[in-house]
Design a protein around this ligand. Structure first.
Ligand SMILES: Cc1cc2nc3c(=O)[nH]c(=O)nc-3n(C[C@H](O)[C@H](O)[C@H](O)COP(=O)(O)OP(=O)(O)OC[C@H]3O[C@@H](n4cnc5c(N)ncnc54)[C@H](O)[C@@H]3O)c2cc1C
Length: 359
């Protein structure tokens, strides 16, 4: 099943339906909006478990949380009532749209505009590589309301699928997470009511930064699950594969490799859970920790999945075994929601401030 979605690159609606029936989409949403009242930790646990099997399918949940966090953090009660119960029930998916062709790490360079026109805003521009694009019903879109004001000139909007002037463009053909859809969003004179503004005008980048602070542990949990899945496969295989008359797990060279994989996964797990608990406890300054867990878990996932392929030898390179897919899936966790280079910059920036304050 997982291999089929990977091969065909189709969106796994039948599995998403099962996830919805299992109440996974409401796990991090307040009870008053139909959710289970859990937090980032519960979301991470669910994403980790799903990612052990498929890091692409788990992303339908993680990316919906990414699209819903701006609403949870900055939405009015009316906006929350409108969308959260349906998101919690898994009836609809969400997406978060910041990136553009010329604005990736440098998000301040976005060119999508939202011009006020009476009781409406008119959106023009193209968002690139948006997870859940085309499948989600609700999109948080960051657009410039005043291009002369730099980082204070962007705002965040909720845009419904089906709004005239809002269409979907290119669907990407990817290396990994192929069960997840990544698509362009195209806005051409797309009129949305002013009530769809999230927070206040000019808060777009604050909305975006607070959102990713809260969602990065979800990427880390995806990485963690992929890594654990790869270790499970490597141990299973090493116990069964016989060379030189013995199961290959009896060779110390592989035992040390497996031990290091297990140590690093456990360390990543502690960091991810610790950060999620910190966020759930209401701690406001979490950018450094959130970046740390994303960097660490994604680097571990990459290393562990490469080693898992090595432990399976030639079979690991073949599509009949799941570890080559895990290796392909792991790579994206070092790239999206801010590359690991950008995360290291965030961590260093925070360190510099902290040490300056100690003087
Ligand atoms: C599959 C997929 C799904 C995605 N989903 C979403 C989504 O749902 N919503 C969304 O808004 N975006 C999404 N993205 C976009 C993603 O967040 C960006 O790709 C990412 O932030 C990096 O931007 P970029 O690809 O333009 O790389 P660039 O910014 O062009 O970076 C290229 C390289 O330069 C490095 N670099 C850039 N600036 C610096 C610097 N200052 N210091 C050191 N190194 C630097 C980077 O680390 C990287 O190695 C997705 C991307 C992919 C591939």
């Amino acid at each position: 099943m997982v291999a089929k979605y990977d091969e065909e690159q189709t969106f796994p609606w039948d599995i998403v339906k099962v996830m919805a029936e299992s109440d996974l989409f409401g796990i991090y949403i307040e009870e008053k909006y139909g959710g289970f009242g859990g937090g980032v930790l519960e979301l991470c646990l669910a994403v980790e478990e799903l990612s052990k099997i498929c890091g692409g399918i788990s992303l339908s949940l993680a990316a919906t949380a990414l699209g819903a966090f701006p609403l949870i953090l900055f939405g009015s009660d009316e906006q929350k009532q409108k969308y959260l119960p349906r998101l919690a029930a898994g009836e609809i998916l969400a997406a978060f749209a910041l990136t553009e062709a010329n604005a990736g790490s440098d998000a301040g360079g976005i060119q999508t505009t939202a011009k006020k026109d009476g009781d409406h805003y008119v959106l023009n521009g193209t968002k690139q590589w948006i997870t859940n694009g085309g499948e989600a019903e609700i999109y948080t879109v960051i657009a410039k309301t005043d291009p002369t004001k730099g980082s204070r000139g962007a705002s965040a909007f909720l845009v419904d699928k089906g709004t005239p002037g809002f269409d979907f463009g290119k669907k990407e053909n990817k290396l990994g997470i192929r069960a997840s859809v990544t698509r362009e969003l195209v806005f051409e004179d797309c009129r949305i009511p002013k009530e769809n503004l999230l927070g206040r005008e000019g808060m777009g980048f604050i909305v975006a930064m607070k959102t990713v602070d809260k969602s990065r542990p979800g990427v880390a949990a995806q990485a963690l699950g992929i890594a654990q899945g790869a270790l499970d496969e490597a141990v299973r295989y090493a116990r069964e594969r016989v060379q030189f008359g013995k199961p290959i797990i009896s060779f110390q060279g592989l035992q040390f490799m497996l031990a290091d994989m297990a140590i690093e996964i456990e360390a990543a797990r502690s960091l991810v859970y610790q950060t999620a608990r910190m966020i759930d406890s209401g701690c406001k300054k979490v950018a450094k920790e959130s970046a740390m867990c994303k960097v660490f878990a994604s680097d571990v996932a990459m290393k562990v999945t490469v080693n898992a392929v090595q432990i399976l030898g030639g079979y690991g390179y073949m599509k009949e075994y799941p570890v080559e897919k895990m290796m392909r899936d792991a790579k994206i966790t070092q790239i999206y929601e801010g590359t690991n280079e950008i995360q290291r910059g965030v961590i260093a920036g925070n360190l510099i401030k902290e040490y300056a304050a100690k003087k």
